[in-house]
Design a protein around this ligand. Sequence first.
Ligand code: SAH
Length: 385
Amino acid sequence: MTEHGTAAAPSRSTPSQDGPDEGDPRAVWLDLSSEEQQACLRDQGQPPFRAAQIREWIYRRYAQRFAEMTNLPRALRQELDRCFRIWPLEPLAQVVSQDRSTQKVVFRLPDGQTIETVLMLYRRRRTLCISSQVGCAMGCTFCATAQGGLARNLGVGEMVAQVLYFARYLADPQAGPGMAVERPTRVTHIVLMGMGEPMHNYRSVWAAIRLLTHPEAFGLGARHITLSTVGLVPMIDRMAEEGLQVNLAVSLHAPNDELRSQLVPINRRWPVEELLAAVRRYVDRTHRRVTFEYALMRGVNDSPALAHELAQRLQGILCHVNLIPWNPIPHSPFQPTSPQDTRRFAQVLRSHGIPTTVRLRRGIEIDAGCGQLRRRLAQQDQAAA
Ligand code: SAH
């Protein structure tokens, strides 16, 4: 990987010689269940404790190759490297914001598809925003990822490896691209708010969450993970039964069906009242506070009247509203709401007793808003061809 780039010129890395190449036929170790990993090691004539040693290397020391696992027999390391890649990701380009608080990486997957992951530094948090799909099928009219449709779901390893990549960087920040981290540290929070609809890839997303929270794997507290959904009602009910304290965020963006169906087409399938009923059931079952996300677009969904309507609909739900200044995307008819109107919208909600926060604007100059750097790289490639 090359050093950090600027907004104007994301730095590109040439694929490293030992990194996985496009068309790499090797299976992905992280996609194997622990039973499959055990079986594979047994076939190699290995004792049962090998699996735990390997897990330790992957989840505590963020090893990228078996060759790094120096307490394994050399022949085994070589054999495993021959058959498996650990991480199915190859960093393709990265940018760091001018204030060094945000880093976005575009990764290439084994089949040549690309995804984005964003690391954001806050005072006490290092939050990672990961992708769950290549593209997205939900078609939200204000979202850059929606424009290309869905290519495919991500596998478990492709999600977990996004976290391990940045964990490795934070464990040795001096080796990386110059963010404002002086000492080795950790990923403290993960949000499933990158590309894709996590509830549309439910099984793999939850398998990844299990690994990210398992004490013998990545071991992050479930409360430090947030799953954001467009509102797939049956899956909200399913999540309520998972028994893990993962946070639920629901992308609402409008208080009534007429407006929400224009912004979030899936609303025609599960309208606002059904969605809110599912959220109430979720809160009853889990006693956990839900976040409603609301991206403010000028003249579309940002009037005080809509704020009153929203507050009324949310009355009695254990929730909080996160207002997001809409991130501009090229060729879009939408405009972001002004800071004044954002404050006014927040005030109306608070006057009804709805806890409301305004999300800090992050990474705008590095194309961190949903799918934008990846798109720009693809456009540059087309122009160069
Ligand atoms: N599919 C999931 C998670 C990915 S998007 C979901 O819909 O929740 C994460 C959040 O960013 C969602 O609330 C989404 O509506 C919002 N979003 C998408 N494009 C945006 C933009 N250009 N500006 C601000 N927020 C945006």
